[in-house]
Write a protein that binds this ligand. Sequence first.
Ligand code: IPM
Ligand code: MG
Length: 367
Amino acid sequence: MSNPSILILPGDGIGPEVMAEVKKVISWYGAKRDVQFDVSEDLVGGSAYDAHGTPLHDDTMAKAQEVDAVLLGAVGGPKYDALDFSVKPERGLLRLRKEMDLYSNLRPAQCFDALADFSSLKKDVVAGLDIMIVRELTSGIYFGEPRGIIEEGNERVGINTQRYTESEIDRVARSAFELAMRRGKKLCSMEKANVMESGILWREVVTEVGKDYPEVELSHMYADAGAMQLCRWPKQFDVIVTDNLFGDLLSDAAAMLTGSLGMLPSASLGAPMANGRPKALYEPVHGSAPDIAGQGKANPIACILSFAMSLRYSFDMGAEADRLEAAVEKVLADGVRTADLLGEEGVTPVTTSEMGDAIVSALDASL
Ligand code: IPM
Ligand code: MG
């Protein structure tokens, strides 16, 4: 059987720096665990635009469809702000999500003990937090038609459309229930059924799917109240399922509960391929952070934990994912900090590369 294949798309800003640390981890698995991956690399976002005039070349799109997993760094930057909307770096990422049909976006928010003091919330609110947001990723207002800016009378009108079919809601709900079954068996669905018809349908379909998962305790919340509850007492949640736009907002809010956006990985999963593995793309939740790019200040942990998610969800190597997550936890417990995690007195930050090295050393120590 051939080796599992990974396409690396470092992207823009800090993307290439954090991805360099993931490559160290991949090499470690090859050398020390005899887990070999066929790794190829390509461009996405602004760097693809610079090379090809498009944020995602068709050849790259085709490659992404063939591999077992795509690992993406980050896209975007001020250099590309003036570009036409159709070729902005973000369009490359959205095309990958849409054409690979990655409808289920898993965004864990986990507060490492060593970092509980870094959250802007009180320590007892976040310590031990471990929740999972499942965000619908290929539909809703991000992709609904009609859309655009049109002329009407003597002014312009900006239009986007929230649209969800029953089957789109059904499949993401099922993936959230499946996850809940493997975790704390609690699922909270968030929409605005008080204002939006799409929210009414969302609630009905999720309730219907719930009948197939009687062991899971299902609750519903309006998304605005959900945002409030996430800040008030986040530990009441286990798995949250929500639409594309609400999921974008709620996952950024949840990220701050953990102390740093630099910590959070994500997995975007689609339907199973012929080999049984799901179509999959893994990326940190953080952006390209152009203000610190190229300075060795970025935290590579979110990207490394994204690779850990690929071990778990694409490659059926849950024990190795546990090993990598434990290595990250060990390094943090030892007080190793990148610049985004400073706050304690007398701690000197390590560089991006030193953080990667520390994690590889912790992996060595785990053998
Ligand atoms: C995210 C990002 C993206 C989104 C952008 C970069 C298109 O904010 O992954 O959360 O809005 O989905
Ligand atoms: Mg976002």
